[in-house]
Write a protein that binds this ligand. Structure first.
Ligand code: IMP
Ligand code: MG
Length: 190
């Protein structure tokens, strides 16, 4: 169908299936996690939020404004995915700058799928002597776990869909959506 000028599309990307988590649901849950972290770390003298680029950026920028305790932030960049398939091994593209020895570190990622990324980064960080290390993720696809993945703060459990939005992407597309939506892979073209 030819689109007439001024006609608004339902979604900005053709490949979107449905909205799984709305902006309102995300806001509410992120506020709750922020309050929980504020409470759990009230005695912390060195709190570091360490995000995995790039998927966790939107989540972190919202979450940090819900934490009312002194904190700093840093990032690492790792990759394991090509399109909607994990390659099964994790590559560090850029490391964090902070010397985390003695810091209370909260590792933040957008989503746990097989758990391989979080397990790999957790082990790496533990070798760098943080005072404590916890894991915070927005989404968890529990049924897809291949390795043990302790999650201390979780936004939402989701079923086995490939999802985009709120920072998450498929081949760099979809990060700007303000909600979490499933990808209809039959409509997805690279
Ligand atoms: P894991 O190592 O298999 O747990 O994969 C975790 C990483 O894969 C996340 O940090 C995401 O970057 C990416 N990922 C896994 N599932 C999805 C998804 O449904 N949408 C977008 N990215 C995903
Ligand atoms: Mg990621």
């Amino acid at each position: 169908m030819k689109k007439e000028k001024g006609m608004t599309k339902k979604f900005p990307y053709e490949f979107i299936g449905e909205i799984l988590i709305t902006q309102e649901q995300i806001n509410e849950r992120v506020s709750e996690i922020g309050r929980q972290i504020t409470c759990d770390y009230q005695d912390s003298e060195k709190l570091l939020i360490l995000g995995l680029l790039r998927g966790s950026v939107v989540f972190i920028t919202d979450l940090m404004r819900k934490i009312s305790h002194p904190m700093t932030m840093d990032f690492m960049s790792v990759s394991s995915y090509a399109g909607s398939e994990t390659t099964g091994f994790v590559r560090i593209d850029s490391d964090h700058k902070t010397n985390i020895a003695g810091w209370d570190v909260i590792l933040v990622d957008d989503i746990v799928d097989t758990g391989i990324t979080i397990q790999f980064v957790r082990k790496l960080l533990l070798d760098r002597y943080p005072k404590s290390l916890k894991v915070c993720v927005l989404l968890d696809k529990k049924e897809r776990h291949k390795v043990e993945t302790p999650i201390d703060y979780l936004g939402f459990d989701i079923p086995d869909f490939f999802v985009v939005g709120y920072g998450l992407d498929i081949d760099e597309k979809g990060r700007n959506l303000p909600y979490i939506a499933s990808v209809d892979l039959s409509k997805y073209q690279k």
